[in-house]
Design a protein around this ligand. Structure first.
Ligand SMILES: NC(=O)c1ccc[n+]([C@@H]2O[C@H](COP(=O)([O-])OP(=O)(O)OC[C@H]3O[C@@H](n4cnc5c(N)ncnc54)[C@H](O)[C@@H]3O)[C@@H](O)[C@H]2O)c1
Ligand SMILES: O=C(O)C[C@H](O)C(=O)O
Length: 329
């Protein structure tokens, strides 16, 4: 049976993450090897020519699953009938910019995009926000889309999750595939909390196996939380291929489900679980099945974890209050 193509919209398509992302979507890594896709590339006017160049290259790959590419600078066109939206394009922080200025500039992008999703996207739309500050940009877009179920708006912490797995594998000498049930809590920022207390390494509890709180507090957590800045320092540009890879992982897992005995991390609207105020978009441990996700319940949160989750959540509530004051939500 021929499947109906899935409409995938990518904003910031001409940027560096866009360039690392589009070819993998078109080759079937986002949704699966038997799912045809239509691509919608949304850019600002200055980005349209470069997006056209990328589209030419996509054509030149002759991907069997890629049915059609549309390029536009009109959000209503870009999100028309979208089943999956990857919101990558954002206003980066520039020198001298205060946090309020950054939130306000991004509000000017994510509020109208949220409205365009509300008015034009397909009923089953799933949104992943990658553009920073990702959690609060997702909150802004979600607030502008009252007709879309709030849980369809998610923010990317999968890159942090993957970074944490890689660091833990290196520390324990285990294979990456042996690491399960790791959690990123909170914001995609330096306050995020990568939690190994429930993680397993080849079936053994990770925190007990490592048995080194100084490594956890002084090495593992800051390495994961500040990895984005370290990449910028080393590369002279922010992470692109690894960010694109994490976006692929996030959507693939959301659509196709987590493995038995494992979970993943996603920034999602809080339902109040684990004392995280309802409504803010915070990262949680989640399982996914049939295109939906559920927060893993009943985890014991020790004092070490509680303080770190609370610190990141505090930052998120401050960002929420700031965008509320700016009239963005
Ligand atoms: N959540 C994460 O883990 C994570 C990881 C890495 C990067 N990021 C963030 O992803 C974002 C994109 O990174 P990049 O390296 O691709 O940046 P980039 O500057 O290379 O590309 C951004 C693109 O977005 C476009 N754009 C700007 N405003 C737009 C709008 N209103 N509509 C459509 N397109 C628009 C620009 O023209 C540009 O082509 C940044 O905010 C970055 O900080 C997030
Ligand atoms: O773009 C950034 O500021 C860093 C990025 O969010 C990352 O985690 O690599």
């Amino acid at each position: 049976m021929t499947r109906t193509p899935v409409n995938v919209t990518v904003t910031g398509a001409a940027g560096q993450i866009g360039y690392a992302l589009l070819f993998r979507i078109a080759s079937g890594h986002l949704l699966g090897p038997d799912v045809p896709v239509n691509l919608r590339l949304l850019e600002i006017p200055q980005g349209l020519k470069a997006a056209e160049g990328t589209a030419m290259e996509l054509d030149d790959c002759a991907f069997p699953l890629l049915r059609n590419i549309e390029i536009t600078d009109d959000a209503n066109v870009g999100f028309d009938g979208a089943n999956v939206a990857l919101l990558v394009g954002a206003r980066p922080r520039t020198k001298g910019m205060e946090r309020g200025d950054l939130l306000s500039a991004n509000g000017g992008i994510f509020k109208p995009q949220g409205k365009a999703i509300n008015d034009n996207a397909a009923d089953d739309i799933k949104v992943l926000v990658v553009g920073n500050p990702a959690n609060t940009n997702a909150l802004i877009a979600q607030a502008a889309a009252p007709d879309v179920p709030a849980e369809r708006f998610t923010a990317m912490t999968r890159l942090d999750h993957n970074r944490a797995i890689s660091q833990l594998a290196a520390k324990t000498g285990a294979a990456v595939s042996d690491i399960k049930k790791l959690t990123i809590w909170g914001n995609h920022s330096a306050t995020q909390y990568p939690d190994i207390f429930h993680a397993e390494v080849a079936g053994k509890n990770a925190a007990e196996l490592v048995n080194d709180e100084a490594w956890l507090a002084d090495s593992f957590i800051p390495t994961v939380a500040k990895r984005g800045a370290a990449i910028i320092e080393a590369r002279g540009a922010s992470s692109a291929a690894s960010a694109a890879n994490a976006a692929i992982d996030h959507v693939f897992t959301w659509v196709n489900g987590t493995a038995q005995g494992d979970w993943t991390s996603m920034g999602i609207p809080s339902d109040g679980s684990y004392g995280v105020p309802e409504g803010i978009i915070s990262s949680f441990p989640v399982t996914t099945k049939n295109g939906t996700y559920e927060i893993v319940q009943g985890l014991d949160i020790n004092e070490f974890s509680r303080a770190r989750i609370d610190a990141s959540v505090k930052e998120l509530t401050e960002e929420r209050d700031a965008v509320r004051e700016l009239g963005l939500i």
